[in-house]
Design a protein around this ligand. Structure first.
Ligand code: COA
Length: 255
């Protein structure tokens, strides 16, 4: 695992290229630690998750940890993954998954817990757990159903077959697809765009979007309007409105 702070960008890179960046217990601990460090670093406005090397984003949970494991062990494995995914999904900063290759199983579940996914043309997406005699245990059936609908979720989880980046784009699972050599530049441009936005409002926006996925319309709209009103307590709201009226670029401080 590598954790880097590059200006306002906090980068988490899973580094197990020999195992196609599969998530074992140690990597999941490091990922959780990394997310917590970047979330609490006030300089970091955007998180990015990617996988080291040319071939994989993350090829799933580490299958070698499944051998001999019983249901009680499975709960521990799932809980380790859930802690990381919840930390990414619930943190008040935007999280971008930059997907260069295999994005499978727990790797796909992790990507689904991020706010935005961008991919290389070489990326492949799948939830192949059924082929191992199990099923996704990191929220994959749930997040995929909510993001792409029940029909897509059933097709992907029941066949276990991967889909291309182009198909993932058609299904709305990734925001954009790039030639492999252009992916880092696209990731940087997106991070810079997000980092220039008002961080408090972005955090409130993310919270509202999260609630919108799960709550009924009335409760979600109620949560949204509270978040909207809270932004009126910020200097960044004043800056945004004044900069517009003064025809200049706003500078947001997070205050
Ligand atoms: N867990 C543990 N090790 C993994 C892994 C995983 N999820 N995915 C890949 N690896 C390891 C392989 O065992 C292999 O190790 P080795 O070189 O020591 O033998 C190495 O990564 C390279 O993988 P390999 O299978 O040789 O590459 P490939 O190009 O032939 O196939 C995949 C690539 C992704 C299709 C294949 O590795 C695969 O199916 N991986 C498992 C995906 C999966 O089921 N994920 C969900 C787990 S719940």
């Amino acid at each position: 695992m590598a954790i880097e702070v590059d200006g306002a960008l906090g980068r988490l890179t899973v580094r197990r290229p020999n195992a196609l960046n599969a998530l074992n217990a140690a990597v999941l601990e490091q990922l959780l630690d990394g997310v917590e460090r970047l979330v609490t670093n006030p300089d970091v406005r955007v998180l990015q998750v990617s996988g080291e090397g040319e071939r994989a984003f993350i090829a799933g949970a580490d299958i070698s940890e499944f051998v001999g494991a019983r249901p009680a062990d499975a709960l521990v494995i799932a809980a380790r993954i859930k802690r990381v995914l919840d930390a990414l999904a619930r943190c008040p900063k935007p999280v971008v998954a930059v997907i260069n290759g295999f994005c499978l199983g727990g790797g796909f579940e992790l990507a689904l817990a991020c706010d935005i996914r961008i991919a290389s043309t070489k990326a492949q997406f799948g939830l192949p757990e059924i082929k191992l005699g199990i099923l996704p245990g990191g929220g994959g059936t749930v997040r995929l159903t909510k993001m792409a609908g029940s029909s897509v979720a059933r097709m992907l989880t029941m066949t276990g077959d991967p889909i291309s980046a182009a198909r993932a784009f058609e299904l709305g699972l990734v925001a954009s697809v790039h030639e492999p050599e252009q992916l880092p530049g696209a990731a940087r441009a997106l991070a810079e765009k997000l980092a220039a936005l008002p961080p408090f409002a972005l955090g409130q926006l993310k919270s509202s979007l999260n609630i919108a996925v799960d709550a009924d319309t009335e409760s979600a709209c109620h949560a949204e309007v509270k978040a909207f009103a809270l932004c009126y307590a910020t200097q960044d709201k004043e800056e945004g409105a004044r900069a517009f009226l003064e025809k200049r670029k706003p500078v947001f401080t997070g205050r």
